[in-house]
Design a protein around this ligand. Structure first.
Ligand SMILES: CC(C)(COP(=O)(O)OP(=O)(O)OC[C@H]1O[C@@H](n2cnc3c(N)ncnc32)[C@H](O)[C@@H]1OP(=O)(O)O)[C@@H](O)C(=O)NCCC(=O)NCCS
Length: 174
């Protein structure tokens, strides 16, 4: 699988998450995390949290990954990202994350931050590749094994506004 060819062919696509996606998202969630979010948590994010933005990546119309963030003032805080195990290692997670970074820029965000398990080396490598650097740890952040979280930050590129366009506009971001 070549991610560039998959994107070009239109087989891999991106769109905003809806409530109807939750069953598919739960499959990805359960195979990806030892502390998975519940269906209710996703529902609440999409219906009650005005800061929350979630993106779905599809392969031939079927969700294979998702990513989310909270956009507060000019900072985007990544909540989660996961790709179905069968689709990992083909630069699709990277494409998904780049898409979310583009969305954050489109919304006028200047910085992005996230927490990642100190032992999650593959995710850390992806974040570093995309411009993140670590600034410290949160002790015992993960309640299942008391593992520390690495805190990472990235400065986002400045967005050039089209004439007459207002910052924060979501139009045509995808
Ligand atoms: C993290 C995750 C989204 C990455 O998606 P992916 O499609 O497998 O990753 P990609 O193929 O796009 O790889 C992008 C980069 O990540 C890093 N990476 C990915 N898999 C890696 C591995 N097994 N070992 C080391 N680095 C790895 C590399 O830097 C890679 O770029 P490169 O191949 O040019 O060196 C995916 O592994 C996943 O869903 N993991 C479980 C959930 C999770 O841990 N989420 C992060 C929570 S903070």
């Amino acid at each position: 699988m070549d991610s560039a060819k998959l994107l070009q062919s239109g087989k891999v696509t991106f769109r905003k998450m809806t409530l109807d996606d939750i069953p598919d998202i739960m499959v990805i969630e359960l195979e990806s995390f030892t502390l998975p979010w519940s269906e209710e948590a996703f529902r609440s994010e999409m219906t009650l949290n005005h800061f929350a933005r979630y993106l779905v990546m599809e392969y031939e119309g079927k969700p294979i990954g998702y990513a989310g963030m909270w956009t507060v003032l000019d900072e985007a805080h990544v909540t989660n990202i996961a790709v179905r195990t069968a689709y990992r290692g083909h630069h699709l997670g990277e494409c998904l994350f780049r898409k979310m970074m583009d969305w954050a820029v489109q919304l006028g965000m200047r910085r992005m931050t996230l927490e990642v398990r100190v032992t999650n080396y593959s995710a850390q490598a992806m974040y570093r590749k995309l411009g993140f650097h670590s600034v410290g740890t949160r002790k015992g952040y993960y309640s299942d094994n008391d593992e520390d979280a690495l805190i990472m930050w990235c400065e986002l590129p400045e967005r050039e506004l089209e004439e007459g366009e207002e910052e924060g506009s979501e139009e045509d971001w995808i």
